[in-house]
Design a protein around this ligand. Structure first.
Ligand code: SF4
Length: 469
């Protein structure tokens, strides 16, 4: 039976469907949904639809056509007076994705094949402009879009794709498919470890900021040696990445570049990092679906060039209520109204958070805007190629740079942290705090603080490294 999910897998890549059936052991771990951050919006959205006594309308109904070997699920099927139906699909996002159009087109096909005439197709999704104020207002929280006209082109190949999917599931032989763009789409395919096993490490896919990587791969230019042998035009940074790997060179240091960067800084130095969470359905008043909400920061303050002069401050919101205001107030207290540079790693993120708070709290806006204007991006040191060693490969994230610069550092080790080891863990852990026992909660709050503190400590260590070279 070809269900909606099998159909979607087939149109993404027939090999996913085949491996799911014949070689599921090849699949890697799915990105774990940790600590219950997931919200199922369907029950809430379904409350908007009435099914009157005696009506043919149906909520959450399943259908299958045995002859065609297809099945589908309709979130809501509304009967019209002329005997036709309108089909509704509920989605967790704030916009309509192409994948949803394929899904609803497939559902309509199955229903039509059963003699159920579908007149209109709707996608119900979250309204990114909705601001929660007390009880959730479902009529405002959700937007309903008629996408019937968008389905015409997609509908033409459904029959053929269903046939193709049946064939794949019958075939003992694995479909012959080369790697393609969709392997690393919005979600990385679970079979990349298997399908990409022939790609050397490192390869053309690891080159920093290189465009059209798959085109090179298709021409047989895969390894760093291939790039070199084929005289592929590369930027200075990319050439450095290739040469450092092939020739095992010592770390590259651009002393002039580093000097310029360091000279642009003013003491005291503030090293700042935020953590934020997002929920599809706003859980606090005055917030919107999917809004990034800062709940934590770590701040190392360096008053002079000696390590002994480092102080640490931090803020971690209570899990029970929204504390953006408290966070903003504490931030303007912790960061003095002096001329000190505020160093972040990828400062666009912190700048956006601070500017958003300035919008929300006009009385704090002058101080917050002044903080935003003093931000300096430590990542630029690596983007500009002032420091490079081959362990960085093609990534300049803090998690790549720290182990590359300090391979044996005892403290700067994210893997040694408990429970919170990444920027994805932190919001999920924060959102789970309310569900924990007081003892567990205390422990997790400690873990959250340790994680955020390590990010800013890492920046401090990079700063001292730059001073030392
Ligand atoms: S990794 Fe790529 S080729 Fe392999 S199953 Fe997934 S999408 Fe298909």
């Amino acid at each position: 039976m070809i269900s909606k999910s099998k159909y979607l897998k087939f149109i993404k890549c027939p090999k996913i469907l085949w491996q799911d059936k014949f070689a599921p052991q090849r699949a890697g771990e799915r990105g774990a949904q940790k600590f219950g951050a997931f919200q199922d919006i369907r029950p809430l959205a379904l409350q908007m639809f009435e099914v009157e006594e005696g009506s043919l309308s149906k909520k959450s109904a399943s259908f299958y056509n045995k002859d065609l070997g297809v099945s589908c699920h309709a979130d809501f099927l509304k009967s019209n007076e002329d005997g036709s139906f309108d089909l509704y699909l509920i989605k967790q996002t704030v916009r309509v994705k192409e994948e949803y159009l394929h899904e609803i087109a497939f559902n309509r096909f199955v229903l039509n094949s059963l003699g159920i005439e579908v007149k209109n197709c709707f996608i119900v999704h979250l309204n990114s402009d909705y601001i929660k104020n007390g009880e959730l207002d479902k009529a405002e929280l959700f937007l309903t879009r008629n996408i019937t006209e968008n389905l015409e082109d997609l509908s033409q190949n459904i029959c053929e794709s269903i046939k193709g999917a049946h064939e794949v599931l019958k075939e003992k032989q694995e479909p012959h498919m080369n790697i393609h763009e969709k392997c690393h789409g919005s979600r990385v395919c679970r079979y990349v470890n298997h399908c990409w096993a022939h790609i050397p490490n490192p390869s053309v896919f690891d080159i920093y900021d290189l465009k059209k990587k798959l085109d090179y791969y298709k021409k047989g230019i895969v390894s760093f040696a291939d790039l070199k042998a084929n005289d592929i035009p590369l930027t200075e940074m990319q050439v450095r990445q290739v040469d450092f790997y092939l020739e095992d060179k010592k770390p590259y240091i651009d002393n002039e570049g580093i000097k310029t960067f360091l000279n642009s800084l003013n003491y005291p130095l503030y090293f700042l990092d935020f953590e934020t969470f997002q929920t599809q359905i706003p859980i606090f008043d005055n917030t919107k679906p999917n809004q990034r909400i800062p709940f934590q920061y770590s701040l190392h303050i360096l008053k002079g060039k000696a390590k002994a002069r480092v102080a640490h401050k931090e803020f971690l919101a209570k899990e029970s209520r929204l504390q953006i205001r408290e966070l903003a107030e504490r931030l303007v207290k912790d960061i003095k109204d002096d001329n000190g540079s505020i160093i972040c790693y990828g400062s666009d993120f912190e700048r956006a958070c601070i500017n958003k708070m300035a919008e929300q709290f006009p009385d704090l806006a002058p101080r917050l805007k002044s903080i935003a204007s003093r931000l300096v991006d430590l990542l630029s040191v690596f983007h500009n190629g002032y420091v490079y060693n081959k362990e960085m490969g093609g990534s300049f994230s803090l998690k790549s740079v720290l182990p590359a610069l300090f391979p044996n550092h005892q403290t700067l080790n994210y893997h040694a942290l408990e429970a919170v080891q990444s920027g994805e863990d932190a919001p999920a852990v924060f959102l789970s705090l309310k569900t924990l026992s007081p003892k567990q909660r205390k422990k997790m709050r400690k873990n959250l603080k340790a994680y955020c503190k390590l990010d800013t400590l890492g920046m401090v260590e990079i700063y001292f490294y730059l001073l030392s070279v």
